[in-house]
Ligand binder design. Structure first.
Ligand SMILES: NC(=O)c1ccc[n+]([C@@H]2O[C@H](COP(=O)([O-])OP(=O)(O)OC[C@H]3O[C@@H](n4cnc5c(N)ncnc54)[C@H](O)[C@@H]3O)[C@@H](O)[C@H]2O)c1
Length: 438
């Protein structure tokens, strides 16, 4: 380790990867890691595995791979643990999800069938479309949290795990507004004991993780750690948190395209997004209360990127609509259509149409891998609390209350790479470049 930069502990020992929900995203991620380890798959889409970072001046030609630049845990050191309200092991769950081909799954049979989910903390009130029996019982939410803490401790001991990271890959819960119970750690703990309605299952998992000093990433749009009580707990336990809602599919496209339109000062009159998907996530989102959580997450993106208050002539009152339609025959192979009504020079109208035949979980899996590795890096670098540099991965990046979230994918990437440069004591890249010409 050099003198410059931040002291980062080496990633010694095993890394527990705790996944809440063993559905399409989780199984595609786990199967992918196992396939990569066997040399029968490539980590496409993963910044930690394939990305590079430019250092110093362009004339220096120093462009290390991120994996060689910062000390990341090795895939070989990952030990997977998961919870689900269905008993299927990871192989059966992957087959049910229907994302990966049977041929590939057959080659990963021993690894996947060995991963059996632990009993979930689940309450149908928060995910109306699901019913399962593989569920923990407890007198109060507090008791459930204590059971979970014990279970995680046991899992870590039994597998000789040095550190863990938890990622919520469970279903989207109903929309919940931040309330009194979320305002402080004290009120949250009192709420766990009194079974407060505003504490959904996801918060119980997050509470257990943070209590144990385990970093937590939220892959769904649920409120979960995006409230003051968890900010306080993260501070107290010096744990890293980030969220919300993996940025894949149509929203990824929005945050690629919208910065480009704004850069060229092209106006927007309306953006209509609709899609069909037929996986379990689609079924859960067919419930209006779960959809509301997702909708809020998807809608905020354009407002923040286009800044109508700064560019009223271009973006005042643009119409933005997002629809999700559950259509079982498509399973995980979503099709998303976007229609953009834009205008240029002298106000002349134009249109852009996007037909994205995407595979949701194929886009989400590398994000899970990167989040696990970067959160573990953050922990070993002594970074705790909200990790805004990981906004790159989320549709609704969490920020301090006084800041607006940064949605532009390219600014998010710059922020992420500058954070890595900072950790290693390298100069920040400003792209000024005047000195080359003087
Ligand atoms: N695939 C993507 O591109 C993408 C993008 C952004 C967000 N997400 C979100 O990620 C999450 C996972 O997506 P998916 O496609 O894997 O969905 P999925 O339905 O295939 O898997 C979710 C799993 O979570 C389980 N679950 C639900 N509540 C639980 C609880 N309280 N405890 C334990 N398990 C629980 C379900 O039984 C299910 O097996 C969803 O919330 C989805 O909205 C996915």
């Amino acid at each position: 380790m050099e003198d410059k930069g931040v002291k980062i502990d080496e990633p010694a020992g095993k890394l527990g990867v705790l996944l809440v929900g063993l559905g399409a995203v989780s199984t595609t991620f786990i199967a992918g890691v196992e396939a990569i380890k066997k040399g029968i798959g490539k980590p496409i889409g993963s910044l930690t595995q394939m990305g590079t970072v430019r250092l110093g001046k362009r004339t220096e030609s120093r462009i290390p791979r991120i994996i060689d630049f910062v000390p990341l845990a090795r895939l070989e050191d990952m030990v997977f643990g998961a919870w689900d309200l269905f008993e299927d092991d990871a192989l059966a769950a992957a087959r049910e999800a229907g994302v990966l081909e049977n041929d590939l799954l057959r080659q990963l049979e021993p690894e996947l069938s060995a991963i059996r989910p632990m009993k979930a903390i689940f309450d149908k009130r928060y995910v109306k479309k699901l019913d399962g029996t593989h569920v923990k019982q407890g007198a109060t939410k507090w008791h459930l949290a204590q059971q979970l803490i014990e279970e995680i401790r046991r899992f870590q001991q039994d597998n000789s795990i040095a550190r863990s990271v938890m990622v919520w890959c469970g279903s989207t819960e109903i929309f919940i507004r931040p309330g009194q119970v979320h305002q402080s750690l004290e009120s949250l703990e009192a709420g766990l004991k009194s079974n407060d309605e505003d504490i959904p299952s996801s918060m119980i998992y997050a509470y257990a993780a943070l209590k144990l000093g385990i970093p937590y990433a939220n892959g769904a749009p649920n409120l979960t750690v995006d409230v003051p009580a968890f900010a306080e707990l993260a501070r107290e336990r010096r744990v890293a948190i980030c969220g919300k809602d993996f940025k894949t599919g149509q929203t990824l496209m929005k945050t690629i395209l919208a910065p480009g339109l704004k850069a060229r000062l092209i106006g927007l009159e309306g953006w209509f997004s609709t899609n069909i998907l037929g996986n379990r996530d689609g079924e859960v989102l067919d419930d209006p209360e779960s959809f509301k959580t997702k909708e809020e997450s998807k809608l905020s993106v354009l407002e923040h990127i286009l800044q109508p208050e700064v560019y009223p002539q271009l973006y005042d009152d643009f119409y933005h609509k997002v629809r999700i339609n559950y259509y079982p025959p498509r399973r995980d192979n979503k099709e998303g259509w976007d229609n953009l009504d834009i205008f240029g020079w002298l106000g002349y109208p134009m249109q852009i149409k996007i037909d994205f035949l995407c595979r949701d979980s194929i886009l989400a899996a590398p994000l899970v891998l990167d989040l696990v590795l970067f959160l573990d890096l953050a922990r070993r670098a002594g970074m705790h609390g909200l990790q805004e540099w990981l906004s790159f991965y989320f549709k609704s990046p969490m920020t301090l209350p006084e800041l607006y979230p940064e949605h532009d994918l390219f600014i998010q990437l710059m922020k992420l790479k500058n954070t890595l440069r900072y950790l290693r004591g390298e100069d920040q890249i400003t792209h000024l470049g005047l000195d080359y010409y003087q």
